[in-house]
Design a binder for this molecule. Structure first.
Ligand code: MGD
Ligand code: MGD
Ligand code: SF4
Ligand code: MO
Length: 706
């Protein structure tokens, strides 16, 4: 029994699996498969992913809200007719931009490409963006301006295997990509694992063996910390001066922008002792190639990026990497750990407000005319840049804003910041259309729900955190009336009198190849046949005979002058900073057992039992001051909302910090409290830090857990 070779549905590590059909219709059994990223491992979510295929409340039939306000079963034709008629009417009275589309980084490349084309060609709207804006957009903005390109890891993950030091800034991979921890082994053994996190996360805990270093910084202060690390490298003569003069545009900017960040000053901002900052800088530098070390990596996760200064924080990390001469060197580098299953591919082919396929800019005249020709439309007909995710949500149902929204692959009502505002905006819409596999919190609010295929039921491609394109393969047929998202795009387009939308993913991929040809993320040399033959293809792959590009930057950076660009950055406080009323930082993030909004994993019995409800990690000193014990209810209140939830008393968090996972819906959703202040460059909202008031609560008070 060979099984069907595919990859896990969840995160960007894209662990390789084989699926084996079992007696129950639509169900499969999963087994891990040898692959460089997961080396035969799977996390608990991967092992239990098949449960989502057959959850009891799986969406299997299209639903339309009836006169009584209830979602009622209907046919695909009736649902598509209804939606198309509403779109025509809304566009006739309010113009083309009256319709908005919101995509997701979990969609296959084929679905993501078709979604972007659907928005621009069928709906002709500028209003399209996606949940990747909430994810790696700050790292994308920073790498684009420094290196001229954004590929999360510009090298294969397995390259980390030989490194002497790895600095993880705001990443908890021991919980968010457990099999990837294997790649840290050499650095751990060398005492070179350095983790910046306000919590002693599972990953930070790994530093306690072999003298790694946990830099337990105050939330929102990574920028100051990294400026100080760079200061030490430059002041102590640890920089790679040859690299700086040959491959960097302006080393003086690097020196000037970090000159005033001596470690004692950074200690006052970050709470990390100056001696620890010096020691961390020396450990990292010792592993750099210029000092004959085994190699050093700097990797960022959402803890560094999901801030109103996320782009600048990543820029500071890149500047540190440049000072040490890491980017473009074999066995060293800077990378962003992309999160969603197709978070990488999802940002390359046109779901983003300002992008066309192949990672092209929608404002670039040459890109417009090239893609317009592939799509068979007039370049002047293509919309311009639209609004970013939070700005798009903020505009829904307003006088000048969109009146209808399509959501494909996101559960906004749990995962977007400042949910009171999101709820208000969604309620102001005249039409909400949600395509999903389960009745997510957002789907339950929709006027029309389309039941769509998920991973094990579909063919397509995904692009992993390494920029490697992988085949997703169908192992079972989908239940009931379930169809691909591609059928929604084609069905609506057809009713609007637009052709050119295929429902065959292989045909869509062939078109994506043509549309991406000549772009930064060039897929034109990738075919399903090459992938099926087992070739490891990392983009760009500009023609069929090209072997792919596992390592970018070996011969230079794709900037105008071929050099990496130093952008000067400085520290600034979080947007909603501590005050007398709200003296503690609320930080949010992930648990091993749940994925994102939890729409999928809260439906898996094993995972739901392991982490059934939301909680707040609180330091014992704070708990004592409030007079509350472990498991007792606390109230968290921010400028945007309040919730009651059980305390998990633990010395793993800083005393000035409370941590809440964001995987839960309804009254358990921490995004009721989070801040939607945006990074000025990436438009990333500040999920990771805001001021919160913490008080003891009464059992059974509003909200959840009694
Ligand atoms: N189990 C699980 N795995 C996942 C996912 C999931 O939902 N669940 N989602 C996937 C996706 S889409 C993503 S984006 C990745 C995210 O992967 P990670 O980036 O590893 O995940 P997070 O838990 O969001 O954040 C990481 C850490 O940032 C810390 N942090 C909070 N504030 C700050 C700060 O100001 N500075 C620093 N340095 N650290 C801070 C948190 O304490 C947390 O431990 O995970 C992917 N894998
Ligand atoms: N407070 C706080 N909030 C956060 C974060 C945080 O760290 N803290 N992290 C942010 C990050 S990094 C991310 S990536 C977002 C993610 O948050 P969301 O955008 O909500 O992502 P998911 O929960 O993965 O939602 C995906 C939805 O699509 C459905 N789905 C799965 N496959 C398909 C498909 O092929 N087609 C369609 N149409 N639907 C499908 C799933 O069932 C699910 O309902 O959350 C962000 N929100
Ligand atoms: S680490 Fe990511 S890809 Fe691998 S099994 Fe877990 S969720 Fe799936
Ligand atoms: Mo993400």
């Amino acid at each position: 029994m060979t099984g069907v070779a595919t990859h896990c549905p969840y995160c960007a590590l894209q662990c390789a699996t084989t699926l084996h059909p079992v007696a129950k219709p639509g169900a499969v059994e999963v087994r891990p498969r040898q692959f460089p990223t997961n080396r035969g491992g799977l996390c608990r979510k991967g092992w239990t992913a098949p449960d989502v295929l057959t959850v009891p409340d799986r969406l299997t039939v299209p639903l339309v809200r009836n006169a009584a306000g209830e979602l009622e079963e209907t046919s695909w034709d009736a649902a598509l007719d209804f939606v198309a008629d509403r779109i025509k009417a809304l566009q006739a009275s309010h113009g083309r931009d009256a319709i908005a589309v919101f995509g997701g980084g979990g969609l296959t490349n084929e679905k993501a490409y078709a979604l972007g084309k659907f928005a621009r060609v069928a709906l002709k709207t500028a209003n399209v963006d996606y949940n990747g804006r909430f994810c790696m957009s700050s790292a994308a903005a920073a790498t684009n301006r420094a290196f001229g390109i954004d590929r999360g890891l510009p090298f294969p993950l397995a390259d980390l295997g030989g490194a002497g030091a790895v600095l993880l800034v705001g990443s908890n991979i021991a919980e968010t990509m457990p099999p990837a921890v294997a790649h840290l082994q050499a650095a751990r053994e060398a005492g070179g694992l350095l983790v910046v996190d306000p919590r002693r996360s599972a990953t930070a805990g790994l530093t306690e063996e072999n003298a790694g270093i946990h830099l337990q910084a105050t939330p929102g202060t990574d920028l100051a910390l990294v400026l100080a690390l760079t200061h030490v490298v430059l002041q102590e003569g640890l920089a790679d001066t040859a690299f700086l003069s040959e491959r960097v545009d302006d080393p003086d900017v690097l020196i000037r922008s970090t000159a005033s960040w001596w470690p004692e000053r950074a200690e006052r901002v970050t709470g990390v002792p100056a001696a620890t900052i010096r020691q961390a800088a020396r450990v990292l530098a010792a592993a750099a190639p210029v000092h004959g070390g085994a190699g050093a990596y700097i990797l960022t996760g959402r803890g560094a990026e999901q801030h109103s200064k996320g782009t600048d924080t990543v820029t500071a990390c890149i500047n540190l990497a440049l000072a040490l001469g890491l980017p473009g060197r074999m066995g060293s580098g800077y990378g962003c750990i992309t999160g969603q299953g197709n978070g990488q591919g999802g940002r390359e082919h046109g779901q983003k407000a300002d992008q066309l396929p192949g990672y092209r800019s929608i404002e670039d005249p040459a890109a417009r005319s090239y893609v317009a020709q592939v799509w068979g439309v007039d370049p002047d007909e293509l919309p311009r840049s639209g609004k970013s995710a939070v700005e798009l949500i903020d505009s829904l149902g307003t006088a000048a804003g969109p009146k209808a929204l399509f959501v494909h692959g996101s559960n906004l009502l749990v995962s977007a910041p400042n949910l009171a505002s999101v709820r208000e905006r969604l309620a102001a819409l005249e039409l909400l259309v949600v395509a999903d596999v389960v009745p997510s919190e957002t789907a339950l609010l929709a006027d029309v729900v389309f039941p769509v295929t998920q991973w094990a039921e579909e063919d397509g491609t995904m692009t992993s955190l390494e920029g490697r394109v992988l085949r997703r393969r169908a192992a079972v047929s989908a239940p009931g009336e379930v169809r691909s998202d591609l059928a929604v795009f084609a069905g609506i387009a057809e009713r609007l009198g637009i052709d050119g939308f295929s429902t065959d993913p292989r045909e869509v991929f062939e078109e994506l190849r043509r549309a991406s040809a000549g772009g930064k993320a060039d897929y034109s040399g990738i075919s399903w046949a090459r992938l099926d033959a087992g070739e490891a293809l990392f983009w760009p792959v500009p023609h069929e005979g090209h072997p792919g590009t596992p390592r970018l930057f070996a011969d230079g950076f794709p900037t105008a002058d071929g050099r990496a660009h130093v952008v000067p950055v400085d520290h600034r406080p979080v947007a909603d900073d501590l005050s007398g009323d709200a003296p503690i930082y609320l930080v949010t993030g992930r648990l091993l057992q749940h994925y994102q909004s939890g729409a999928q994993t809260r439906r898996v019995p094993e995972l739901a039992e392991a982490e059934p409800e939301v909680f707040a990690e609180i330091h014992p000193r704070v708990a004592a001051q409030l007079g509350i014990g472990d498991g007792r209810p606390v109230r968290l209140r921010t400028a945007r909302g309040s919730m009651v939830l059980p305390a998990r008393v633990t010395a793993d968090v800083r005393p000035d910090t409370v941590f809440v996972p964001f995987h839960y819906g309804g009254a358990e959703a921490v995004n009721e409290l989070t801040n939607d202040a945006l990074d000025p460059v990436s438009r990333m909202p500040e999920f990771k830090a805001c001021a919160v008031e913490v008080t003891a609560a009464v059992l059974g008070a509003t909200g959840v857990p009694a």
